[in-house]
Each structure stands twice: as C-alpha cells, then as structure tokens.
Design a protein around this ligand. Sequence first.
Ligand code: HEC
Length: 154
Amino acid sequence: MRAAWLVVAACVCLSVCPGAQTLGSLVQDGTSFEAAMLRTGDAWEIVSRAVEGPSYLLNSVRGDGLTRLDLVRENLAGIRAFLLGRERHEAARLVDEALAAVADLRLEFAMAVPDQAAASGLSAEVTSACVACHARYRDGNAVQGFRPRPGLLD
Ligand code: HEC
C-alpha cells in the first residue's frame, strides 16, 4: 500500500514539476533526442564560457554552473537510457565518458577554493567527449543542420 502511494506521488511529481521536461528520461525518438542535445548544447556553451571567463572565481558563477551541469547530466542520462534501450552499447559508452567528465568538473565547481586552471582542463575533457561522439555518430554541419548518422536511431 505504501509502495503504491510512492509510485502515485512520483508520477504526479514527474508530470507537474516545472523541471520535468528537462528530464532526459523523456528521450524516446529522434525528435526528443535532438531536443535533449540542443538543451545539452545550450547549457554546456554557457558553462564552458564561464569556466574561461574572468568571473569564474565568483561563487554565483560556479553556483549557476552547477545547475547547468546538472542539466547537461540529466539530458545526457536520458540519451544514454534511450541508447541502451535500443542496444546501442558503443554509443552509450561514449555518453558514459561524457558523463564521467561532467561529474569530474562538477566536483571542481563545488570546491570551496576554486581552481580555474583545473576547471579549464576538466572542461576540455567534457568537450573532447562530446566531440568524440559527434565524430562517430553525427552527420551534417552547423550551416545545413545536424542529424544522427544512419543506424544510430533507426
Ligand atoms: C551519443 C553520443 C553523443 C554525445 C556523448 C554527445 N552528442 Fe551531441 N549529438 C549527437 C548526435 C547523434 C547529434 C545529432 C542529433 C540530431 O541533430 O538529430 C548531436 C547533436 C548535437 C547538437 C546539435 C543539435 C542540432 O541538431 O542542432 C548539439 C548542440 C550537441 N549535440 C551538443 C553536445 C554536447 C555539448 C555534448 C557533450 C556535453 C554532446 N552533444 C554529447 C551525439 C552525441
């Protein structure tokens, strides 16, 4: 009985919480895959710029960065679950590498004494993980638009 109520509560929360649409678990087809990537890209662009900027040492910047890193993580986690559900293990492994790099950077953001050089190095690792997966699984370009390489989603 108690378990049943917990399930009901979780469902209600997922459907009404304002952040629910950012949950990557909603990745279920090519359209939601692309939307999750766009959210990842938007959040990551702001974080990576902040890491290199003059105000990185301010708490507010790092605090905002933590929130945005969580957005990156949620969206990548949803993409990972979607890929695993379709048995795309190699692609899911590349997402794991990006998630591990995000987790390392998150630890640095939360440090009491910020180290911008360390954050910059860790941020470069996140970007390398994104780029590695794009090189393998993404077609197109910024002018004509991007699309998944045939075979990834179909
Ligand atoms: C599965 C491996 C994979 C990983 C890891 C990955 N991406 Fe992607 N990304 C893709 C694929 C495939 C597409 C093309 C999807 C589409 O356009 O439908 C894409 C598209 C994008 C787009 C363009 C969306 C569009 O269509 O305009 C952005 C921006 C983006 N990714 C950012 C990122 C960032 C930032 C990271 C790392 C934090 C990342 N991606 C990690 C596979 C990946």
